[in-house]
Design a protein around this ligand. Structure first.
Ligand SMILES: *[C@@H]1O[C@H](CO)[C@@H](O)[C@H](O)[C@H]1NC(C)=O
Ligand SMILES: *[C@@H]1O[C@H](CO)[C@@H](O)[C@H](O)[C@H]1NC(C)=O
Ligand SMILES: *[C@@H]1O[C@H](CO)[C@@H](O)[C@H](O)[C@H]1NC(C)=O
Ligand SMILES: *[C@@H]1O[C@H](CO)[C@@H](O)[C@H](O)[C@H]1NC(C)=O
Ligand SMILES: *[C@@H]1O[C@H](CO)[C@@H](O)[C@H](O)[C@H]1NC(C)=O
Ligand SMILES: *[C@@H]1O[C@H](CO)[C@@H](O)[C@H](O)[C@H]1NC(C)=O
Ligand SMILES: *[C@@H]1O[C@H](CO)[C@@H](O)[C@H](O)[C@H]1NC(C)=O
Ligand SMILES: *[C@@H]1O[C@H](CO)[C@@H](O)[C@H](O)[C@H]1NC(C)=O
Length: 633
């Protein structure tokens, strides 16, 4: 009974397969190219089987495939977005109902587009600036006097541009507003890379492209530009993007700073409500301290031309006041540093992803495979020479097309999940193979044994035992079966974006599998010879090892996976985080504490060949003391 049932099922299944194959065949024949007819309609994952999956992939070169693979793997991950800071894509995103978002500063709901943080630690730190006590209060006044650089000037390579000077000392009581999404907010665009970096090296290209096209499409006057004279360039971009997005119901954009943030286009819609309005007290007030003494000439303090104190002109009484307030300030510094640390820690917690944002890859729009974009994720630009105005218009047209849909991440394949699995499984194996093949103390025989330790069991899992089955098209085996296993889609391939991503994943996985197989087949004969005490490999073993080394070196270099190169220096302690520096404002390595002479940035080094700073491969453990040591004076 069971047997006949399964035979029956088998017959039905293969009949169905034949019909499906015939359908895809006729579709292929109907169109010379074949591909257009495939991607013009969805292809169920059930149709994509081990011996036909190549029929459903589209040409894409390895560099473009790798770029897509890494963009998706790194999406919405704090550290990865800073290491590969130059995003070239737009990811349709959903902020689910119930998500809380934060903002400090004014007590009123913003009338225009404005920024919201996903982490309250981020918002709290960003919005709140308290008056200092004692001698420190004089620094506050001069500290933010640096001119706000204009992004259109020739800036040194990726110089972070600070936010407009915070009104230090002027506002002692900020409001802390908490908003809640009252429904799924399903029309956001997430901009990948370090998209809030405020640099001029390409991190903001995806905003610039959209804003430039919006300006022309909507025939926006130069009024915005005039405002833009004093306006942060990112405000100008946001203004144009929101104006353009209005007709499509665009909710806003999502970017990464230290922690993720939203530029919400409109606060007065039915998709968001205010759920909390807290007036924040300064830490000094919470300790019951009086307001800081104002050290001004008018108040009788000996202030010199430079705005500093003439210490030798202080009265006894003034010295007593300063000593007392300096001591208070010293205590208050602890809370200030902890506040900065909390912010870093909140950002760090999203190294594994900002899981509150859901991506709909079906509507993914990217510059990759539209024109040549350098394969170097640390030295590329969306607005490269090849990205002509026509291509920019086409990208925005494509965005307008996808924005006609409500994004729904539930319906999308979670490509990041597929790619994380590939990264997690292959990265350690490839790294060990790479290291082994250049180990200074190993003989060729040692190398062959240590490398095949990894490859033999891999290859054995896909070994073709032809005698098991007369018909070798019935069951899967071999390299291509391995490729299929690692890259197969989790759901129906629906859109051309799905096919682009899927084709990239097949291309990347095939490269990996081919290298593993090739190296295995090259090195196993050395082990076989060892096992048989035979010397037949003596003349070729060096050349076999050399060619294997070259293959694995090229592969790890091409993949550019962060996991292959970046690692924490050691396991961090409870009061530490494994810190990846970021590019925008922040308490360490950039922003308010940034050294404009480009001399030193914590955890970064200047890369001459790229003409920019890069993040050190060895990531440091950071704690409150580190911030104290490295922040600006
Ligand atoms: C599609 O896959 C089938 C099964 O492997 C194969 O026979 C056929 O040649 C493929 N068609 C094309 C157009 O590649
Ligand atoms: C928040 O609270 C402050 C202080 O009570 C008040 O002035 C302000 O109007 C409130 N804001 C909103 C949006 O309700
Ligand atoms: C990516 O694809 C585009 C379009 O086919 C092509 O021009 C480019 O050379 C490819 N490679 C890279 C690295 O951009
Ligand atoms: C997506 O799935 C979640 C969890 O199952 C559900 O709460 C949400 O309503 C779904 N969204 C849509 C648009 O179907
Ligand atoms: C791979 O090994 C080579 C030496 O053969 C080394 O230069 C390179 O840095 C290694 N790559 C990685 C990602 O470890
Ligand atoms: C990549 O670009 C090339 C050249 O424009 C095109 O033929 C190919 O179909 C594209 N691949 C994908 C997966 O879209
Ligand atoms: C292989 O050669 C070594 C050294 O000549 C010898 O000691 C050993 O017994 C041989 N092993 C076999 C299996 O022949
Ligand atoms: C980062 O790298 C640079 C150059 O290698 C080095 O000088 C610097 O000490 C490193 N910084 C940290 C914090 O690791």
């Amino acid at each position: 009974m069971r047997v006949s049932l399964s035979i029956h099922t088998l017959v039905v299944t293969s009949a169905a397969t034949i019909i499906l194959l015939l359908i895809s065949f006729s579709a292929l024949l109907a169109d010379k190219n074949g591909i257009d007819s495939i991607i013009s309609r969805p292809v169920s994952r059930n149709k994509i089987v081990w011996d036909n999956f190549n029929n459903y992939t589209i040409d894409i070169d390895l560099d473009n495939s790798t770029a897509i693979f890494n963009s998706i793997l790194n999406a919405l991950k704090q550290g990865a977005s800073d290491i590969h800071p130059l995003g070239v894509s737009y990811f349709p995103a959903v902020i689910p109902q119930g998500t809380l978002l934060y903002r400090t500063g004014s007590s009123q709901i913003p009338e225009s587009f404005e920024w919201l943080a996903f982490d309250h630690e981020f918002s709290y730190n960003f919005g709140s600036k308290y008056k200092s006590y004692g001698r420190k209060s004089l620094d506050d006044k001069s500290h933010f006097k640096k001119p706000t650089p204009n992004i259109d000037n020739d800036m040194p390579a990726n110089t972070p541009i600070t936010h407009p000077p915070p009104k230090s000392g002027h506002r002692s009581r900020d409001s802390f507003l908490t908003f809640r999404a009252t429904r799924d907010m399903n029309k956001f665009l997430y901009l990948d890379g370090a998209s809030a970096a405020k640099t001029s090296t390409g991190e903001m290209d995806s905003q610039k492209l959209l804003a430039d096209v919006a300006k022309v499409k909507l025939k926006l006057g130069d009024d915005d530009d005039k405002n833009g004279g004093n306006m942060m360039v990112e405000r100008l971009y946001a203004s144009r993007i929101c104006k353009w997005g209005k007709q499509f119901g665009l909710d806003g954009i999502i970017r990464v700073e230290i922690g993720f943030e939203v530029v919400l286009c409109d606060f007065f819609t039915d998709s968001i409500e205010l759920v909390s309005n807290i007036t924040m007290e300064a830490p000094g007030t919470l300790l019951g301290l009086p307001e800081p003494t104002l050290l001004t000439k008018d108040n009788g303090w000996p202030i010199n031309e430079e705005g500093g104190l003439d210490e030798d002109k202080l009265t006894e009484e003034q010295i007593a006041i300063l000593d007392r307030e300096d001591y208070w300030q010293q205590i208050l510094e602890n809370y200030k540093l902890a506040q900065s640390y909390n912010w870093l820690q909140a950002g760090n917690s999203h190294d594994s992803g900002e899981k509150r944002v859901k991506l709909d890859y079906r509507n993914f729009i990217t510059g990759i495979n539209r024109t040549y974009i350098s394969p170097d994720p640390m030295n590329r630009r969306l607005l490269s020479h090849g990205m002509t105005w026509e291509k920019q218009l086409k990208m925005v047209d494509d965005l307008e097309t996808v924005l006609k849909n409500d994004f729904d991440a539930n319906e999308s394949i979670d490509w990041q999940q597929v790619f994380e699995e590939i990264d997690n499984k292959f990265s350690p194996m490839l790294k060990v193979m790479n290291n082994t093949l250049s180990h200074p103390d190993f003989s060729e025989e040692d190398m062959a044994i240590h490398v095949t330790k990894y490859t033999l069991n891999f290859v054995a899992r896909f070994f073709a035992n032809k005698s098991d089955s007369a018909d070798d098209t019935q069951f899967g085996y071999g390299r291509e079966f391995a490729v299929y296993q690692y890259s197969k889609p989790l759901k129906t391939l629906e859109t051309s974006s799905d096919f682009l991503i899927w084709s990239s994943s097949v291309r990347v996985v095939r490269e990996i599998i081919n290298v593993i197989y090739d190296i295995h087949e090259t090195l196993l004969p050395i082990v076989t010879a060892v096992a048989h005490n035979d010397s037949s490999m003596d003349t070729t073993k060096k050349q076999r090892v050399d060619s294997s080394r070259e293959k694995i070196n090229n592969l790890v270099e091409t993949l550019k996976w962060i996991s292959l190169n970046y690692k924490c220096e050691h396991a961090c302690d409870w009061d530490e985080i494994c810190f990846t520096p970021s590019w925008g404002p922040g308490p360490l390595a950039g922003g308010f504490g940034f050294d404009h002479n480009n001399k030193e940035q914590f955890g970064k080094h200047y890369d001459k060949s790229r003409g920019r700073f890069l993040i050190n491969e060895s990531l440091q453990c950071v704690k409150i003391d580190t911030i104290q040591k490295h922040r600006s004076p």
